[in-house]
Design a protein around this ligand. Structure first.
Ligand code: ZN
Length: 448
């Protein structure tokens, strides 16, 4: 039995068994259902939309809502005032709402200060944002750190605006309050941690990043019920300021973080993309790349660069955690990115299920990877005598296990871990790990 940080005890089960039993199609549907419910809420880097979203995720995993006061200094930044919005519109002289927050929360420049005025189209124009090249899509725009107000609308809506007076109304507040983030920790056998982080600040946008929020929650819920070596910490934080805030307030924890992943854009139909940590060859980098090589999916591995998501903060030079970014199609690389077309049709249950499966396979590698020493290193040990040779299943399968055992025996000199052996042999990690287990049971191998 293990006890999670919220005091609940969980039954022991093994990750390898979970991976065999789980129905990822059903998992994908469950994640999609979470996204459907989060979609209408108006999130931002602070405010009640984030709180409602995190409370909704609590139906999946009992995460804690953390509140950090506005004006709290966090490294070179300060926690901003809290923003909340109830309604917003642009109304013409006949009382018609031409742009209406109630139809899409993307219609308001996120973090707009309140306004209630009548003005000419000429005066209004600098506050209107469209995408002329995609005339049916609403852009997603923010102004967190510069006080401004504005409306985002389709080019087709704007084309219908005539010269005249407009009533512009944004019922928002921007006052000292709190920044809210979600946190959930699973205690494993050791205090060494794996960090899973996603951003929770975008309003009605599905791939970026309701997909990440939902998959993080499902991953946490599944891991909560298995036996784990590492402890796992999940964060749902507003982009940039949220990870900076968490890092500034939790510096003492950082040495315990051994591996980490930022999750973003994990629900679209594209192949997988992995962006390496700043270190480039961290164990998590090698684990994800190995999983992708054997995934059967189109994959793309990118080197670290200091833009993108919260890996920018986790991999800043004074923090330098081994944290990579796991995605399908990356930010900025699909036309619907940061527009109203990043909607419920862009993400699919099957893509979400595949992403979750990939992440669980990475977790399995991290959990089972370690170095061993061959206790019979002078020439090959006699496997047949120990029941390990040509005695398992069909011939083809047996040869696969035997080959994996030979690789494990050969490279287990204390210098290579199982992941090294999997990469060098081209054999998938689970087979190498199974082979190591058999050899250990036969007394031929011992963990370093
Ligand atoms: Zn984004």
């Amino acid at each position: 039995m293990r006890v999670t940080t919220n005091g609940r005890s969980t039954a022991d089960a093994f990750l390898a068994d979970l991976l065999k039993e789980i129905d990822f199609r059903e998992e994908g549907k469950t994640a999609y259902g979470i996204i459907q419910r989060l979609y209408p809420l108006c999130r931002s880097i602070t405010g009640n939309g984030v709180r409602r979203s995190l409370r909704l995720l609590r139906e999946t995993v009992p995460l804690a809502l953390r509140e950090v006061m506005s004006d709290t200094p966090v490294f070179d930044w300060t926690v901003p005032d809290e923003w909340n919005i109830r309604d917003a519109y642009i109304m013409n002289q006949t009382g018609e709402r031409l742009v209406d927050f109630r139809k899409s929360n993307l219609h308001v420049l996120n973090y707009s200060v309140p306004v209630n005025r009548t003005m000419s189209l000429e005066e209004l124009r600098p506050h209107l944002f469209t995408i002329p090249d995609a005339p049916d899509w609403i852009p997603y725009r923010t102004s967190y750190y510069q006080k401004n107000w504005g409306f985002c609308l389709t080019q087709r809506q704007l084309d219908q605006f005539e010269e005249g007076e407009y009533h512009v109304y944004i019922d928002s507040t921007l006052h000292p309050g709190h920044l809210t983030y979600g946190e959930f920790r699973i205690q494993g056998e050791t205090d060494e941690e794996v960090l899973i982080s996603c951003h929770s600040c975008h309003p009605s946008l599905c791939n970026d990043n309701l997909s990440g929020m939902a998959i993080a929650a499902r991953l946490a819920a599944l891991l909560e019920n298995v036996s784990l070596r590492y402890s796992y910490r999940f964060l749902w934080v507003p982009g940039t300021i949220g990870s900076i805030t968490w890092l500034a307030l939790n510096e003492a924890i950082l040495p315990r973080i051994k591996h980490g992943l930022v999750l973003s854009c994990v629900g679209d139909r594209g192949g997988f993309t992995y962006k390496r940590s700043r270190r480039g060859d961290a164990e998590v980098d090698r684990a994800v790349e190995h999983m992708l090589t054997h995934s059967g999916h189109e994959t793309n591995v990118l080197d670290f660069a200091p833009y993108g998501y919260d890996e920018r903060q986790y991999c800043s030079p004074g923090i330098d955690l081994p944290v990579g970014c796991f995605m399908r199609t990356p930010n900025g690389c699909y036309p619907e990115y940061h527009t109203s077309a990043d909607d419920l049709s862009l993400v699919t249950p099957s893509a979400l299920g595949e992403s979750l499966a990939g992440l669980l396979r990475v977790v399995r590698i991290l959990e089972e990877n370690q170095s061993y020493v061959n206790l019979n290193p002078k020439c090959e040990p006699q496997l047949g005598r120990r029941g390990l040779y040509r005695q398992i299943g069909g011939l083809k399968e047996a040869m696969g296990v035997e080959t994996a055992m030979l690789w494990v025996l050969n490279l287990s000199d204390g210098e290579h871990d199982l992941l090294d052996i999997a990469v060098r042999s081209g054999i998938s990690f689970p087979s190498v790990s199974e082979a190591a287990k058999l050899l250990q049971e036969a007394g031929l191998l011992t963990a370093v």
